[in-house]
Structure formats: structure tokens, C-alpha cells
Design a protein. Structure first.
Length: 221
């Protein structure tokens, strides 16, 4: 028993990895290629976080999902694999080169029809969804993009989410920098301010998990 989260040594992490929700072969190939080809591969979520999100989507019975920040598509693939055939994921990104890799693997996994990719600023896509009457119709939203705009994404996703739906916010620990008050760069400050805001936000129930680089789950009331 422990009153603190277990420190993950390499041995413990390997054991955890062997016992999580199984990673599909296509997801594994995408994760491997991303790390082999892109120096920005650190932006990709960890496989255990992908497994957690797949399970969360199934628990929620989600059919409509928003993703803000797609990169090479690993998180979208993980979620799409958990959606029913009629499910839809709105994926927001601005990089054609990164998402071209994503589309290749989505097609390989047979989930391309579940994913609607929008290549433009995410706020434009989210605002259009709201204007077109999609408020309160989504089950899950995942935010993993430019940190300075996290609050804008959070507010818009909260409008789009149904009561009981969940927003997942990635990188909330930010390598430990959000806990270090001496670190005041714009990205860290934006994350720290949003973390504090969500703690006091009466519109949601929220918790922060030490998975990946820190993941907040906020359930809309």
C-alpha cells in the first residue's frame, strides 16, 4: 500500500505497458514511425494515456468527440478505435504535413470515416460548431495544442459538451514546471492559470491525474 502515486521505474513502466488496454498494431506502427522520423515526437501522447482515453470513451458511451491538436494522429486513432461505427471525431489542427501521416494510419486502421479533420485555427472550427447549433451535443473533448490558447479551447469545448460529458486537458503538469512558481514563461503561466481556474470552476467537477505529462479531467455539470 502507498499513500503516494508509485514512482515508475523502467521495470515498473514496462510491466504497466504489458498490462494496459491492448494497443492496436496500427497504433503501435504510428507511434514508432512518429518517434523515428520527427524530433517533435515528444508531442505524441504516451500509449498508456491512449489506452486510458479509449477506456474513458467507452465508459462515457461517447459517439461525438472533439480533439484540439492532432499532430500525427495517435490520440485520434486511439479514440476513433473506441467509437462505434456511427461515431464521429472532429479533429482540429493546422499542420498538413503532420496530419498527412495521421490520415495514412487512420485509413490503414479503417477509422477514417469516423474522423473529420479541420486544418485551420481550432477556435474557428469550435466557433463554427457553436454557431451551427452543436452546443451541448458532444460527449468528450481532448485539448492538446498550443498552451497559450488552452483557456479559449476550454471555454468553447465546455459550451459544446453535454451535461455529464468530459474534457481531457493534456500537459497540465508540463514536466513539473507548473508546480514551480519560479517558472513564468507564457506557456507555463497559461497552463498554471487554467489549472487554478478549473479548480474553482463551478461548472465542472475536475481531477488531475499523473498520467503522461499530467491529464486533467473536467466533467460538465
Amino acid at each position: 500500500m502507498s499513500s503516494f502515486t508509485l514512482n515508475l521505474t523502467d521495470q515498473v513502466y514496462e510491466y504497466l505497458f504489458q498490462n494496459i488496454y491492448p494497443e492496436s498494431e496500427t497504433a503501435k506502427e504510428l507511434r514508432t514511425e512518429t518517434h523515428a522520423k520527427l524530433r517533435m515526437a515528444v508531442m505524441q501522447i504516451s500509449p498508456e494515456q491512449g489506452a486510458f482515453m479509449k477506456m474513458l470513451v467507452k465508459i462515457l458511451g461517447a459517439t461525438r468527440v472533439i480533439e484540439v491538436g492532432t499532430f500525427t494522429g495517435y490520440s485520434a486513432l486511439s479514440v476513433a478505435e473506441a467509437l462505434p461505427d456511427s461515431g464521429k471525431l472532429i479533429a482540429c489542427d493546422v499542420s498538413e504535413s503532420w496530419t498527412n501521416m495521421a490520415k495514412e494510419y487512420w485509413e490503414k486502421a479503417g477509422v477514417q470515416d469516423k474522423i473529420d479533420l479541420h486544418l485551420r485555427p481550432a477556435t474557428d472550427t469550435l466557433d463554427e460548431l457553436i454557431q451551427n447549433g452543436a452546443a451541448s451535443t458532444f460527449d468528450f473533448a481532448f485539448i492538446d495544442a498550443d498552451k497559450s490558447n488552452y483557456d479559449k479551447y476550454y471555454e468553447r469545448c465546455l459550451v459544446l459538451l453535454r451535461a455529464g460529458g468530459v474534457i481531457g486537458i493534456d500537459n497540465v503538469l508540463w514536466g513539473g514546471r507548473t508546480a514551480d512558481s519560479s517558472v513564468t514563461d507564457p506557456d507555463t503561466s497559461a497552463l498554471r492559470e487554467l489549472n487554478a481556474k478549473i479548480t474553482q470552476d463551478s461548472r465542472v467537477e475536475a481531477t488531475m491525474l499523473p498520467i503522461g505529462d499530467g491529464l486533467t479531467l473536467a466533467r460538465k455539470l
